[in-house]
Design a protein around this ligand. Structure first.
Ligand SMILES: Nc1ncnc2c1ncn2[C@@H]1O[C@H](COP(=O)(O)OP(=O)(O)OP(=O)(O)O)[C@@H](O)[C@H]1O
Length: 338
């Protein structure tokens, strides 16, 4: 009777630089793991992928390297990206005993043709019978329920780990937009830099990300918050604990926030007037994990003078949208990229 449970089913994947999510129709998101690998350079071997690799971050001996193969929104390491994608596809497919799934993959807006081919080949190698590639901002718009097929302009700002994609969409086309390599990772880098310079302390990306998510903000309304941080003295050998304030973090993140705001402003400037009119009326939708930085929506609202809304579940909107595309063939045909 085993064969009764084996059937061809399809998967939608949000291949993000920070997190990879896999969506299965009728089941929802079945896998959500960091886009990370642990690699042993002594014997050229992958030791762990996804969450298992993340738990090792910052805690490995020198010969084990924790890698983000899609750092900065581009495929920095083709071989590792392929291994990671194959692992996630096989993990999701095995869980549900799928045979040769059809796969829809959402990739960053700025992806090159060579990278697209690498993504396609990797998925085929992992057993996919057909691979369709769509762009993350289009998937985000779909996931958030924006009227992408209608002659109504919608604006999406997807702030991930490596990239921020800004797009104005109408009738399933991206009319104007840009992709910048400024997003959550850069915020973490700015925090590391700040703690180094102002507190003479060395902290890792894990600590920086934690600070960003707990007391980080783009604008402060209601008083300062504080957090304790531990790190190694830059000029010395001691491990110290110190306190850091939300105001300091806000200051450290100013440049990153301004760059994101500038990308939004630039896209608005390049948007045809009639579509701009729709956006003035309907506002801007923020999505992606980076959009969860406190009061970033306020900063964008302040700069543009437009209504700004944060999507309901910013970290899963792209995967949900890719899933919607997977289950709506006529729509998928329109938004698929070569
Ligand atoms: N509460 C939070 N506050 C601030 N940042 C957050 C929060 N939660 C998650 N993030 C950040 O969101 C980023 C990951 O977002 P997401 O998973 O949408 O990216 P991704 O899709 O993998 O990346 P990309 O779109 O660049 O391919 C990380 O930088 C993470 O630190």
């Amino acid at each position: 009777m085993f064969h009764l449970f084996r059937h061809t089913c399809n998967l939608a994947i949000d291949l993000g630089t920070a997190n990879t999510l896999v969506y299965v129709p009728d089941r929802g998101i079945v896998l959500n793991e960091p886009s990370m690998l642990a690699f042993d350079i002594r014997n050229d071997k992958i030791l762990a992928i996804g969450q298992d690799a993340k738990t090792m971050e910052g805690k490995t001996p020198p010969h084990i390297v924790i890698m983000r193969p899609m750092k900065d929104g581009v495929i920095a390491d083709f071989k590792m990206t392929r291994a990671m994608l194959q692992h996630f596809i096989r993990k999701a497919a095995k869980r549900f005993r799928f045979l040769s799934p059809k796969v829809v993959i959402a990739v960053p807006f700025g992806i090159t043709d060579v990278e697209k081919k690498a993504v396609r080949d990797s998925a085929c190698h992992a057993g996919a019978s057909k691979v369709t590639i769509i762009l993350e901002p289009m998937a985000a718009a779909l996931g958030a329920g924006l009227p992408v097929e209608k002659p109504i302009g919608s604006m999406v700002v997807d702030i991930g780990g490596g990239t921020t994609d800004v797009a104005v969409i109408v009738m399933t086309e991206i009319i104007s937009g840009c992709c910048i390599r400024t997003a959550g990772d850069e915020m973490d880098g700015a925090i590391i830099q700040h703690v180094r310079q102002k507190h003479n302390l060395l902290i890792g990306p894990r600590t920086a990300e934690h600070i960003k998510q707990t007391i980080g903000c783009a604008y402060s309304f209601n008083g300062e918050q504080h957090a304790k941080i531990r790190g190694r003295e830059l000029t010395g050998r001691r491990f110290l604990t110190t306190e850091i304030s939300s105001e300091e973090i806000q200051e450290a993140l100013t440049k990153t926030v301004e760059t994101i705001v500038e990308a939004v402003m630039m896209t608005l400037e390049n948007t045809p007037p009639d579509l701009a009119d729709d956006i003035i009326e309907r506002g801007i939708l923020l999505t992606g994990g980076g959009a969860l930085l406190k009061n970033l929506d306020y900063k964008i609202k302040e700069a543009t003078g437009l209504p700004v809304a944060l999507s309901d579940d910013a970290l899963t909107t792209v995967a949900e949208g890719a899933g919607k595309a997977l289950t709506t063939p006529h729509l998928l045909r329109k938004i698929a990229i070569d």
